[in-house]
Design a protein around this ligand. Structure first.
Ligand code: PEP
Ligand code: MG
Length: 297
């Protein structure tokens, strides 16, 4: 990895024929920021904020969250930091939410559904993120969207929080981008409509594969059935990228598949603008992109 770094530090992720893609990092805590810098990521494409809420009995306060998001924004010094609002539920539980036990948690109360059901908790997080946006370039992303209605509702709550901040003259970035995860077949299938509501998409291939193929992403036993290369998954990814571009917004991939070097060429040919991967996957991916020539068959 050190040799890779010496070879590639500061170089763009650009193919031989000049196709550029942004390579970003996925993180789950401020503790990961060092790895982001060390691996020369261009930005943070996914901050899994739910980890701030996990492994404790109380909800994190606005102040506590503000400090973490501010640190991320300042560390990245003007480069984009996409903070995904809590994706709690399913396999990521946090006791302070007091969510009921479900027979089918992957299909139940998780992610944006929790936030829209508990607007008090959601607003505290949005306030913390907005306040931190005054210290760098922060973007907000909503997880597990399945309908236009959810995006309207989430944006309405965001607008209410902004109005409150304005009233109290608390600074935030008024140009902050708002995006969504496209990680359900429903979202991919209506991505033409969803693209009109947001500034960007990030495709979550882990959940997109789980929900498209009807296989639990966490159950190894069924891994022979969990095939993210399945043509149905790739077709939904392609459709999402096309609909994003037809509506002039940018689109990334932040699921595990983004780091799959056997698909890098295909993703670039589909037109993906950004790939967000674990920090240690950045440099191998940059090397791969730089070795490609899309004009050659
Ligand atoms: C995904 O579903 O692909 C994703 C990036 O989100 P998470 O893995 O956190 O569910
Ligand atoms: Mg997901």
């Amino acid at each position: 990895q050190r040799e890779l770094l010496e070879e590639l530090r500061g170089l763009p992720a650009e193919t031989e024929d000049g196709r550029r893609v942004e390579l970003s990092a996925n993180i789950s805590s401020a503790g990961d920021l060092a790895a982001v810098i060390k691996n020369d990521a261009e930005s943070i494409g996914l901050f899994r904020s739910e980890f701030i809420y996990m492994g404790r009995d109380t909800l994190p306060t606005e102040e506590e969250q503000f400090k973490i998001y501010k640190l991320a924004a300042e560390t990245m010094a003007g480069k984009r930091v996409i903070i995904r609002t809590v994706d709690i539920g399913n396999d990521k539980q946090a006791s302070a939410f007091g969510l009921p036990k479900e027979v089918n948690p992957a299909l139940g109360m998780r992610a944006i559904r929790v936030s829209l059901t508990r607007p008090d908790i959601f607003k505290t997080q949005l306030r913390a993120i907005l306040r931190a946006s005054a210290f760098g370039r922060i973007a907000i992303m909503f997880p597990l969207i399945t309908s236009v209605w959810e995006v309207w509702k989430a944006k309405e709550i965001l607008e209410n929080v902004k109005t409150e901040l304005d009233k109290n003259q608390i600074p935030y970035d008024h140009h902050l981008e708002v995006g969504i995860m496209v990680e359900t077949p429903a979202a991919a299938l209506i991505s033409d409509k969803l693209a009109k509501e947001v500034d960007f998409f990030s495709i979550g291939t882990n959940d997109l594969s789980q929900y498209t193929l009807v296989v639990d992403r966490n159950i190894q036993d069924s891994s022979q059935f969990f095939n993210p290369h399945h043509p149905a998954v790739l077709k939904l990814i392609r459709m999402t990228i096309e609909n994003a571009h037809a509506n002039h917004i940018w689109v990334g991939i932040c699921g595990e598949l983004g780091a799959d070097l056997t698909l890098t060429r295909e993703f670039l040919e589909m037109g993906v603008d950004e790939l967000s991967v674990a920090p240690y996957d950045i440099l191998p991916l940059r090397k791969k992109v730089r070795s490609l020539n899309l004009s050659e068959k």
